[in-house]
Design a protein around this ligand. Structure first.
Ligand SMILES: *Cc1c(COP(=O)(O)O)cnc(C)c1O
Length: 395
């Protein structure tokens, strides 16, 4: 039997990617998480608590919507999984709800997180307010300037936003600060990582919390079409959490095409891109072995994407394995293509998508479909946060 694509082995490896590469000082924290996450997540009372919050607080299940005018354009059936309708406007809260309940079970009362665009910071600050837990969010100084509305949201929710002032003053540096904090607070603190990245067990834990997306798709597609399997599932990939959630229950179904869309920035042949599988090589970033954009001597290359949520130099180990094994099809969309798609979807469907999600829509133009195909696009988030960017393209 071959290893499943959606689950790592006991050491956290998906094929040759994953593992836990962490400083000595964090061994105890990470080992405790590794030892306990499955037992906690599989406990029926824990599952009941997660399900209750997902239903009554997040607003799940999110609809699966047949996008008729977009379908007509592509000559097929296109179904939108509406993660944009989740509380706080994106899929990220599925994970923070799960992890805050897990932290409670572990008896940890202080929460830290890193954030780039601020979306994960907002989702973390939200659940900390809900549970009355202290919340410290590390964010690059440059990102704090660029993402003022999300910084305000986090502060409104009672979180402390700490600027990361080293290096490029962006996500990578915020992550380093969060790890440093965790080392200094080994007893009372849980680190909520926002995507399927980081040391084992984070990629598996986050993928499991997000897998509710594909569990719902299966059920909803069966009700609406008589078949629980789509022909294609399409999702954008930053670190890879909305994609992991949308793919999870279809990875062992070989007839379902798995399509991951990365941000090409100005183009994969320029030095302004974030298309990790096209440009990356194996390397260690943020505690796991994966594909990573790096120089010849292993320095991390600053990525570029117009969308802050896809502006990440790596990709989760599950996705690196999907790429290497050929199970996943990896496409990319440029900044310009994403902007054009955001306007198109807004006008065809009355839904303003997040800039990240717009990359997934842009990739549809690179694919060919038959009329009977059932294409599911993970609509990871809503576009309100991106209006300032969209306004630059209105004439
Ligand atoms: C953060 C974000 C992403 C990218 O993160 P993943 O972990 O790759 O899902 C995509 N879409 C939206 C709306 C986001 O907020």
């Amino acid at each position: 039997m071959t290893a499943p694509f959606n689950r790592p082995d006991a050491h956290g490896y998906y094929g040759s990617f994953g593992g836990a590469f962490i400083p000595e000082m964090l061994h105890r924290n990470v080992a405790e998480l590794q030892a306990r996450y499955l037992e906690i997540m599989q406990d029926p009372t824990f599952q009941r608590d997660v399900d209750a919050l997902l239903r009554d607080y997040v607003g799940r299940p999110t609809p699966l919507f047949l996008a008729e005018r977009l379908s007509a354009k592509h000559g097929t059936q296109i179904w939108l999984k509406r993660e944009d309708l989740c509380h706080t406007g994106a899929h990220k809260i599925n994970n923070t709800v799960g992890q805050i309940l897990l932290a409670e079970r572990l008896g940890l009362k202080r929460i830290i997180a890193e954030t780039g665009a601020g979306q994960h910071g907002v989702a973390t600050a939200t659940v900390c307010a809900l549970k009355g837990l202290e919340c410290v969010v590390y964010m690059g100084e440059k990102d704090i300037e660029r993402q003022a509305p999300n910084v305000a949201r986090m502060r409104m929710l009672g979180a402390t936003v700490v600027p990361a002032t080293s290096g490029s003053k962006t996500l990578k540096d915020a992550t380093n600060e969060a790890i440093r904090d965790w080392i200094n607070h080994p007893v009372d603190t849980h680190y909520i990582i926002g995507s399927v990245v980081g040391p084992h067990p984070y990629p598996d834990m986050v993928a499991r919390f997000q897998s509710v997306i594909s569990a719902e798709i299966r059920k909803q597609l069966l009700e609406k079409t008589g078949s629980e399997l789509p022909t294609h599932v399409v999702a954008c990939v930053g670190g890879g959490s909305n994609a992991a959630g949308a793919f999870y229950h279809f990875l062992e179904e070989p007839e379902v095409a798995i399509v991951a869309v990365e941000a090409a920035g100005h183009g994969v042949h320029t030095d302004m891109s974030a298309a990790t599988t096209q440009l990356g090589k194996p390397g260690i970033l943020h505690g796991s072995m994966s594909l990573l954009m790096q120089t010849e001597d292993g320095q991390v290359i600053e990525p570029h994407s117009i969308s802050a949520g896809l502006d990440y130099p790596g990709i989760g180990p599950m996705h690196a394995n999907l790429y290497k094994s050929g199970r996943g099809i990896f496409l990319s969309a440029t900044d310009d293509e994403a902007i054009a798609s955001a306007f198109e979807v807004s006008r065809l469907e009355g839904i303003i998508p997040a800039l990240e999600t717009a990359h997934a829509f842009a990739a549809l133009d690179q694919m060919t479909f038959s009329p009977d195909d059932r294409v599911v696009v993970c609509l990871s988030g809503r576009g309100d946060k991106d209006l300032a960017t969209y306004m630059q393209f209105m004439h």
